[in-house]
Design a protein around this ligand. Structure first.
Ligand SMILES: Nc1ncnc2c1ncn2[C@@H]1O[C@H](COP(=O)(O)OP(=O)(O)OP(=O)(O)O)[C@@H](O)[C@H]1O
Ligand SMILES: [Mg+2]
Length: 349
């Protein structure tokens, strides 16, 4: 995309490519100041002019611009000064590339690098800590068996055991990052997976005055995945939902086929599983953090902050996505989309 201005910064050329990026016609833009379109406004325009004067040009400068409807795009700008035949400065010519998508992928990469580091750590920690921990647990349980039932020291032993179990759980979850725990793929029926998970979480649900609604479509195609891992994803999300509804509430689990418009190379048919609760909700400032390792708002004995990180990783390994919508004091919905592998002869309308 090309945009040219005069020396005052008034736009006097706006190319087709620029129209595409900005979503508006050249005639709406010509004659207006370029600074209108920088998120940083006139300060940004002045900064760019200063660099142009000092260095004669500007290469790969990253800025954020405002396009139609107030939407923001990350732009990569290269700008040069224009001179007329007498060598007088008459304006600027900028070439801009929209790299919003690139920025998004860059953020995703940073996230997976974070995870890879945790994964390597996990394998080491699990090995070094796991064995002595088992000895502690085993010995404490042995002592407990040896004690008389009315011995007051039993309470202290219970503390040792429950704390050691907490560490075991932590290590277990850390291990889910580990390279050595790659998924084993086979064909899975989503409805039976959901029913199995509900059986596993049944006890806890009964305890907590939760109404469960399931809305499962019959005749769902199977997906290819690791059932243990996918079970874990659903359990993590359901347990979070239960934690969010300490006074009781409604848990809704639904699934449906999602045939998206944009065709990705492999599949554009997904099974969508949504898990909604009527709990405390997530403040919007926390939403970007909930998938980060160790982000938790729970007490130390209740949460490690790895549940969603692990779930995110698993769903990604399955080529799927996991999204969240939430309103404080109203509830939260997690949506997991898993792709269906379509063979040549399967017909999906
Ligand atoms: N359904 C929900 N309603 C409200 N808050 C939620 C919900 N799901 C997740 N959260 C928030 O996201 C945080 C991170 O969740 P995550 O499952 O990763 O960790 P955790 O539940 O705190 O610990 P654990 O590792 O035991 O799962 C939670 O501490 C909570 O603040
Ligand atoms: Mg959790």
């Amino acid at each position: 995309a090309f945009i040219a201005t005069d020396m005052k910064g008034t736009i006097n050329l706006f190319s087709k490519g620029a129209e595409n990026i900005f979503g508006c016609k050249a005639e709406d833009v010509l004659g207006t100041p370029i600074s209108n379109y920088y998120v940083m406004g006139r300060d940004e325009a002045k900064k760019i002019m200063k660099i142009l004067y000092q260095e004669g040009g500007l290469q790969n400068y990253e800025t954020v611009m405002i396009i139609r409807n107030g939407k923001k795009v990350n732009m990569n700008l290269s700008v040069s000064l224009l001179k007329n035949s007498n060598g007088e400065l008459i304006g600027t010519l900028g070439i801009g590339k929209d790299f919003t998508e690139f920025k998004r992928i860059e953020r995703q990469l940073q996230q997976s690098e974070k995870l890879a580091t945790v994964g390597e750590l996990a394998a080491g920690i699990a090995h070094e800590v796991g064995t002595p921990l088992n000895v502690i647990l085993g010995t404490a349980e042995y002592l407990m068996m040896e004690m008389e039932g009315d011995d007051p020291k039993i309470e202290e032993l219970k503390i040792i055991i429950s704390q050691a179990e907490h560490i075991t759980k932590l290590i277990h979850q850390l291990l889910n990052f580990s390279r050595y725990n790659k998924p084993e793929f086979k064909s899975i029926d989503i409805n039976s997976l959901v029913r199995d998970v509900l059986k596993l979480t049944d006890l806890q649900i009964a305890k907590e005055k939760i109404k469960v609604i399931t809305d499962l479509q019959s005749d769902m195609p199977t997906i290819i995945g690791d059932d243990n891992q996918l079970q874990q994803v659903l359990i993590n999300i359901i347990v979070n939902a239960l934690h969010a509804m300490p006074q009781g509430g409604t848990l809704t689990i639904a699934n449906r086929l999602d045939i998206s418009e944009s065709s990705t190379p492999h599949s554009n048919v997904f099974i969508e599983i949504s898990i909604s609760d009527t709990g405390c909700g997530i403040p919007s400032k926390d939403i970007p953090k909930i998938f980060d390792p160790f982000f938790t708002t729970k007490d130390i004995d209740k949460g490690t902050g790895l549940g969603l990180t692990v779930s995110h990783r698993i769903v990604e390994d399955h080529g799927g996505t996991i999204d969240v919508e939430s309103k404080v004091n109203e509830g939260t919905r997690f949506t997991v989309k898993l792709p269906i592998q379509i063979s040549e002869d399967t017909n999906v309308q």
